[in-house]
Design a protein around this ligand. Structure first.
Ligand SMILES: [Cu+2]
Length: 212
C-alpha cells in the first residue's frame, strides 16, 4: 500500500453501527405500523360510510312509494345495513321524515322523504392508540369541545349528565346564528354517558358522548 489509505474498523465500531440501526428500526417501525393500520382502519371507515349511504338511499326509495307503511323505510335501511355486515346495526338510529320539501329546480319545490342513518363507528386500533398518545382523553380530565357552526341557521350545543336532557346540564355553547365557533368547557367529568343536543333542533340534533 504505497499511496492508498487503509480504513480499518474495529469490531466495536461495527457494533455501534448495528446499534444505530436498531434505534432507527425502533423509531420507524411504530410509524410504519401506524400507517399500515391507518390504511385498514380508514378503508373500513369509508366502506362503512358507503354502506350507510346506500342504506339511507334504499330507505328513501321505499319511503317515497305511494302508501308506504311508516316503518317500511327504516326496516329496509336496517336490512341493508345487516346485509352490508354492519354488526353494530342495533345501535344505529334511522329517522324517516316523509314530509320534506326539496327544490327540484326552476323555483319549484316537491314533497320528499328524508332518511337519516346514524351509526356508531369506532376505530379498532386507532382509538386505543390515540388514548396512549393522549391519556387525558379519559375520565377525570377537563374536556373542552370546540363547537363550530358552519351553517347560517342558529344552532347551539348543550351537554347533560345521563342519557337524556333531564340530567344536570354540564356545559353549553353560545347560540350561534351564523358560521362561528364557541368553546364549551365541560370540566372534569365522571365516567358515563352524557347526552347532548341543539336546543333549536332538539329532535334531529342529538347525540351521546361517553366518558371512559
Ligand atoms: Cu341545530
Amino acid at each position: 500500500m504505497a499511496n492508498g489509505t487503509t480504513v480499518t474498523r474495529s469490531g466495536r465500531e461495527r457494533g455501534r453501527e448495528r446499534g444505530a440501526e436498531l434505534i432507527e428500526v425502533a423509531i420507524t417501525l411504530p410509524i410504519l405500523l401506524l400507517i399500515s393500520v391507518g390504511i385498514f382502519e380508514f378503508g373500513r371507515a369509508f366502506q362503512t360510510w358507503e354502506v350507510l349511504t346506500n342504506a339511507a338511499r334504499e330507505g328513501a326509495r321505499v319511503a317515497v312509494l305511494p302508501g308506504a307503511a311508516s316503518n317500511a323505510a327504516e326496516t329496509r335501511a336496517r336490512a341493508y345495513m345487516q346485509a352490508g355486515m354492519l354488526t353494530n346495526e342495533p345501535s344505529a338510529t334511522v329517522s324517516v321524515d316523509q314530509n320534506v320539501s326539496v327544490s327540484i329546480g326552476g323555483g319549484q319545490n316537491a314533497t320528499a322523504s328524508r332518511v337519516t342513518v346514524n351509526y356508531p363507528f369506532s376505530f379498532v386500533v386507532l382509538n386505543p392508540v390515540a388514548r396512549l398518545v393522549n391519556p387525558s382523553a379519559t375520565a377525570g380530565a377537563p374536556i373542552t369541545i370546540l363547537f363550530d357552526n358552519q351553517d347560517s341557521v342558529t344552532h347551539n350545543f348543550v351537554v347533560y349528565e345521563g342519557e337524556d336532557d333531564s340530567g344536570t346540564e354540564v356545559g353549553r355553547s353560545d347560540d350561534l346564528d351564523e358560521p362561528a365557533q364557541s368553546t364549551v368547557e365541560l370540566g372534569a367529568l365522571a365516567a358515563g354517558p352524557y347526552f347532548f343536543l341543539c336546543e333549536f333542533h332538539p329532535t334531529l340534533m342529538t347525540g351521546e358522548l361517553t366518558v371512559q
